[in-house]
Design a protein around this ligand. Structure first.
Ligand SMILES: [Ca+2]
Ligand SMILES: [Ca+2]
Ligand SMILES: [Ca+2]
Ligand SMILES: [Ca+2]
Length: 355
């Protein structure tokens, strides 16, 4: 509709249309809509003031068999409270996204700013600690993301994975409440090939996993113990197509959900300070600036922009032809956003040429 209006009045309206349709904006969220400690033995569901992340390699409790990424932290931001949602996945391009968390325990774990490859987990710690990692999120048992609104009962019940409180403690860890592996209702995923696979048991399954981001600490040396109240920044790898697709979907739904995880050993296995693992503030700490925050830059692409460079030019015809006959969500060449690349996409480029 908007595109045809632009076309019919192109001579007069070209500059107005392009400014209305194209261009990006940066949005900042001072705290998450939801933050929840995804540990099977979390009795307080969504309303703990801190949440820790650690692995279960080497943990052996008779009768239990935990996920490798045993303790995860779910953080979510309702982008739709600030950014336009629902334009179609292919209309969005996220050019930057940064999540910042703050450490709530003093000198509990070593700072490892680099990715640890799979083989370092199958033998022993590689000696320089474990990185803090950020992932996308997948669901089991019919749960899904909804806008967080505690005043709306329908949004604080199945299938919405909501933020619990003392009166309504939030969804259980798994369908049965069981803590064992492959059961968690919400799990970390790397969206490999566009598929939201559960990477919680990547060591057991031998998965080569690519996190969306590694946590970085400004001014702290690799291997140093991390002081309390240290900020950890996660710059999402928007150039990774799996990450970009996840973010495009999030921009379209208006709901971004992410999982913080690390393979730090649990405290029972030793380590300096109060525990060998990372612990972060949640918004229930009640102090502004300590819970997870997000800065995200979202470009809205013009209709007809088949190659996602922000304008509709001859290069988009080339991209349509180069991808002719392919199909999938948000793929290059899909100028009319219908999920396939066909002749109609050439028409869509020509109809919006110059936008
Ligand atoms: Ca919370
Ligand atoms: Ca390491
Ligand atoms: Ca283009
Ligand atoms: Ca198409």
């Amino acid at each position: 509709m908007r595109a045809s209006m632009c076309l019919s009045a192109m001579a007069l309206m070209a500059s107005v249309c392009s400014s209305a349709l194209a261009g990006g904006a940066t949005y900042s969220f001072a705290e998450p809509s939801i933050d929840r400690w995804m540990n099977p033995f979390n009795p307080t569901r969504g309303y703990r003031s801190t949440a820790s992340t650690f692995g279960s390699i080497g943990v052996n409790i008779p009768g239990f068999n935990f996920d490798d990424r045993y303790s995860q932290l779910l953080v979510g931001f309702d982008l739709l409270t600030q950014a336009p949602a629902g334009l179609g996945v292919c209309r969005y391009k996220v050019t930057a996204a940064r999540v910042t968390l703050t450490v709530s325990e003093d000198l509990a774990f070593k700072y490892d700013p680099t990715f640890d490859i799979l083989s370092t987990y199958t033998t022993a710690d590689d000696g320089d600690g474990r990185p803090m990692e950020l992932f996308g999120v997948g669901y089991r048992n019919g749960w899904t993301s909804c806008r967080i609104d505690p005043s709306n009962a329908a949004l604080s019940a199945f299938p919405c994975f909501y933020e619990g409180n003392a009166a309504n403690p939030g969804p259980a860890f798994s369908a049965t409440g069981q803590p064992n592996e492959d059961l968690r209702n919400v799990f970390a995923s790397d969206n490999a090939g566009g598929v939201l696979r559960d990477v919680s048991n990547f060591v057991r399954d031998g998965l080569r996993v690519t996190p969306f981001a590694i946590g970085r600490i400004q001014g702290l040396a690799s291997g140093a113990l991390v002081p309390v109240d240290t900020d950890v920044t996660f710059d999402l790898d928007v150039e990774n197509p799996d990450v970009q697709m996840y973010l495009k979907r999030a921009a379209d739904t208006g709901l971004l959900r992410l999982m913080v995880a690390s393979m730090h050993p649990a405290s029972s296995q030793g380590g300096s300070g109060s525990g060998a693992f990372a612990t972060f503030y949640c918004k229930e700490i009640g102090i502004p600036g300590l819970a997870a925050r997000l800065t995200i830059t979202i470009d809205i692409l013009p209709v007809g922009d088949a190659n996602g460079d922000g304008s509709v030019t001859f290069g988009d015809i080339t991209t349509v032809l180069a991808n002719f006959g392919t199909s999938g969500e948000g793929i290059p060449g899909d100028a009319d956003c219908n999920g396939t690349v066909a002749f109609a996409d050439v028409t869509a480029v020509l109809a919006n040429f110059g936008n």
